[in-house]
Design a protein around this ligand. Structure first.
Ligand SMILES: [Zn+2]
Ligand SMILES: [Zn+2]
Length: 140
């Protein structure tokens, strides 16, 4: 799947709109406790190389960990993005893009935190919390 050059989106009320570049159509589902509380369900994060927001004054940024912020619309509450501070990179919620027809669920993370009551089809590659931290934690 090739990278989507540019894609637009908005929150539910339209108070925040965005245009993102370098949009990765393959995405993960995160089952971690924080993602489920924040988004109300597993989080589908779409990685982008850059993004420009309009109505940024409506964005509420919540510091959810030492290394990340989660952004929501302060008017309608739509969960907009996960921002990884050390990498200066945004993962934008799949559901706020205008055209989601090119997106493809590709893997699952924090699979050991998934509640038993749902499961995605397809037997996708999945990583536990320990595997995720082993892969992405800085070596020091
Ligand atoms: Zn809104
Ligand atoms: Zn998560």
């Amino acid at each position: 799947m090739t990278i989507i050059e540019e894609a637009s989106g908005r929150c539910l009320c339209g108070g925040v709109t965005f245009v993102a570049q370098g949009v990765q159509p393959k995405h993960h589902a995160c089952h971690c406790d924080m993602c489920r509380r924040w988004s109300g369900s597993p989080f589908f994060g779409i990685e982008v190389s850059s993004v420009e927001f309009s109505g940024a004054e409506n964005i509420v940024r919540y510091t959810s960990s030492e290394w990340a912020e989660r952004g929501s619309c302060g008017v309608c509450g739509s969960g907009l993005f996960y921002f990884l501070k050390p990498a200066d990179s945004y993962s934008i919620s799949a559901g706020v893009f205008d055209d989601q027809s090119g997106f493809q669920l590709d893997n699952e993370i924090f699979i050991d935190h998934k509640p038993p009551g749902y499961a995605f089809a397809g037997n996708l590659p999945a990583m536990t919390e320990a595997e995720v931290f082993a892969k992405y934690a800085p070596s020091e």
